[in-house]
Design a binder for this molecule. Structure first.
Ligand code: HEM
Length: 513
């Protein structure tokens, strides 16, 4: 008969105490050799954080982390490399031909972003986050909503908003204060998208404390725990730990959309906006639904939940991206008076040609301003990387290396945009880089602020139009210069998700001319 003695208990406890760390060490060593075992050069991952300690501990932004990784791999003269985000292997392509192949020709192998989404988590189930067949079906549905004719239709809504700028700027001039161009741009884009996507006139330009603006800011506030979980936690386990993308704001956006739908249906209101176009998709007649289902390979019509989620993503993707681009274009214009004067001169010439009116055709003729916006997006790509996940095993052309299904890929846009091999003196802001001749010298994959391929930004045209209209409203009759409150160099909000967001708001000194 065996007795368990106290010595035996201590003996086993001691063994377990030694064994657990050894097992963890062995598993992490094995995990951190994933790339090496596949013949891909890797860096020096450290336990728990992989190669992204500063990003995961919120010391630097995701954009800065991946820019550093781009140059570390580039200095090793590599076409691609492997890193680790916590324990998750991430493939980083550097070679432009390879990037083009992954985004376009081999799109089927990389068609998803691998970001958490779940039909039961309403706001997460949107075009940006969805993958596979549901994404494809929705993209086909939504693409006609973003054509140039639809942009032209909404143009009037945009131009109406810029009439609100002069009282704000004049007040700053009277007070001798500086204008917060980040805030004013944010209020402008909030009003535009509020009107076009949700069909509401929130007028945050007159009333900055309106609910719509407050909730918009809440959505963009960094929430490190949520972002960390989304990035480093296995996505299929998230619903089981009660994870929700934006719990606090869901009801607010849901109610706005449902109320607008009810109001429009009750009062037969028809407006020229995204919401109207989405409602048209929802209200296709039964005959049309049948034709769609039969002929377009089961293409679905939209449900109310899908409308809510798409209005929300138009808001999320349309407000912050354009706000940051507008504010940074003004920041650079304030530092370069020649560039600023040239933009204003062009605006005035175009207005003179169109009887002092800002029309859709007039906007298209602002060629130099477009160059300024493109250069702003080169130097400060709001989305500094393009996330993808491998959806089908992929052989890297010309090698025996392959990327396994399920592997995360990050295309390091900001690194490419700041690479002196592609853009000499990359820190210098020079809109001439986007003249017709200069553009013709570069390959398309050297410039990816809106992404590329079938998953490219669906709202790029609207975004450009929105930024142009905002800049016209701010620049036509006012000059801006930097002041003691203007940051000399920019730093960025540490977040492990997407956007390149300057830490400080941009304040400039306005002057009427
Ligand atoms: C300066 C403005 C903007 C920039 C720089 C920008 C940038 C981007 C980028 C880089 C992507 C990912 C593309 C890829 O993965 O290949 C994207 C996707 C997307 N953007 Fe934009 N965007 C802007 C404005 C807008 C606007 C105004 C809207 C809506 C009105 C919008 C809606 C979307 C949506 C829905 C997607 C997801 C598309 C899909 O996955 O099918 N964006 N954007």
């Amino acid at each position: 008969m065996h007795f368990i003695t106290i010595e035996m208990v201590f003996y086993w406890l001691f063994l377990s105490f030694c064994a657990v760390p050894l097992i963890v060490l062995f598993i992490s060593k094995w995990r951190y050799s994933y790339w090496k075992r596949r013949g891909v050069v890797q860096l020096n991952p450290e336990f728990l954080f992989g190669d992204l300690r500063d990003m995961l501990t919120a010391k630097i932004s995701m954009g800065e982390a991946f820019k550093t990784i781009y140059f570390t791999l580039k200095n090793k003269k590599l076409d691609y490399g492997g890193i680790y985000l916590a324990f998750n292997p991430v493939f980083i392509p550097l070679n432009l031909q390879l990037i083009k192949d992954m985004l376009m020709k081999s799109f089927d192998n990389f068609q998803d972003r691998g970001i958490y989404n779940n039909p039961k988590d309403l706001l997460s189930y949107n075009l940006f986050r969805m993958g596979g067949r549901p994404w494809k079906q929705l993209r086909v549905k939504l693409t006609p909503t973003f054509t140039s004719s639809k942009m032209k239709m909404m143009f009037e809504t945009l131009t109406k908003k810029i009439d609100k700028f002069p009282p704000i700027i004049d007040q700053c001039i009277r007070d001798g204060s500086q204008i917060n161009v980040t805030d004013v741009s944010g209020r402008f884009t909030t009003d535009v998208i509020g009107s076009c996507a949700f069909g509401i006139e929130c007028d945050s330009l007159s009333n900055p404390a309106c609910d719509f603006r407050i909730y918009g800011k809440k959505v963009n506030e960094p929430n490190y725990l949520r972002q960390w979980m989304e990035k480093a936690f296995p996505k299929n386990l998230l619903p089981y730990v009660g994870f929700k993308t934006l719990r606090k704001v869901e009801d607010f956006y849901k109610n706005i959309v449902l109320n607008t739908i009810e109001h429009r249906e009750k009062n037969t209101v028809i407006r020229k906006d995204f919401m109207q176009l989405l409602l048209q998709l929802r209200n296709l007649s039964d005959d049309e639904k049948l034709i769609n289902n039969k002929e377009k390979n089961q293409t679905r019509v939209l449900s109310d939940d899908e409308i809510i989620a798409q209005c929300f993503i138009i808001f999320i993707a349309g407000v912050e991206t354009s706000t940051i681009t507008m504010a940074l274009a003004l920041y650079e214009a304030a530092k370069n008076s020649l560039i600023q004067d040239k933009m204003r001169q062009e605006i005035r010439q175009v207005f003179a040609k169109y009887d002092d009116k800002f029309t859709y055709e007039a906007a298209k003729e602002l060629v130099y301003m477009e160059q300024v916006i493109l250069e702003t997006l080169r130097k400060y790509p709001v989305s500094p990387t393009l996330p993808r996940v491998c959806t089908k095993r992929y052989n890297i052309p010309g090698t025996t290396v392959f990327i396994e299904k399920g592997t995360t890929v990050e295309i390091p846009i900001w690194g490419i945009h700041m690479d002196p091999d592609y853009y000499p003196n990359p820190d210098i802001f020079d809109p001439e880089r986007f003249s017709q001749e200069e553009k013709a010298k570069r390959s398309a994959s050297m410039y990816l602020p809106f992404g590329e391929g079938p998953r490219t930004c669906i709202g790029a045209r609207f975004g450009m139009l929105q930024v142009k209209t905002g800049l016209v409203g701010l620049l036509k009759d006012y000059r801006y210069s930097i002041s003691s409150k203007t940051p000399n160099t920019l730093s960025y909000t540490p977040t492990v998700l997407f956007l390149l967001h300057p830490n400080e708001d941009i304040f400039l000194k306005p002057e009427k001319i």
